[in-house]
Design a protein around this ligand. Sequence first.
Ligand code: FE2
Length: 239
Amino acid sequence: MIDLHCHILPGIDDGPEGLHDSVAMARGLKEAGFQHVFATPHLPWGSATVDIADFRTRAELLIDAVSSEEPDFGLSLAAEHFSDLVPELLSQDSLICYPRGDTFLMEFPLSGYPPRLQDLLFMLQVKKKIPVIAHIERYPDVQQDPSAVEQLKERGCYLLVNLSGLAGAWSKAAQKTAVELVKAGQIDAATTDLHNFEGLEDVKEGIRVLTELVGAKVATDMLEATPAEIAGIKPGKGV
Ligand SMILES: [Fe+2]
């Protein structure tokens, strides 16, 4: 399996505090069947201003540190871009994309869709960048009316659901929305959004729920073939 969304790097956001915890997460993910994981630290984290070159350098050093402890675990860098920061990063051509080069992970405020969403999506389309929307089940707009995802799909966005969301670890409303969207075939891929070792149990339960909802073949597509396509890597082979 391939994970497009994971907070596995130590001390850079609300993920693990130390290298030891990161390595434990890497081992746990590997045991659960993940061959390749994208480290997606929050961007920004803790400050509205970001030195993107510094952020990238720090994250790449942390990836090297985890990889040297767990060498046969595929780990590479992406980022979870907060939508408010995207116009600025786009103008500087400094989004941290997946290896494919045109896809990047984006999250909205938990209060809901950003006010000028259509302008943002249009701007991204002009620049040929494709947003991969994190944990679509969490946003109130979508919980109130799941057809709110259609405006994103019309603009070519990929939609992700969290396995922990499917397992009910976030909220009942998020779980109901996640199940409804998966059943309706609106979700492209499922991700861990793992922040700590303890969260692995919810990930495993999410895989079980996903398989029960759509069957083993579609579940495998959502956990391997489609994430590989979104990231631009070969399934099972890494970057
Ligand atoms: Fe996240």
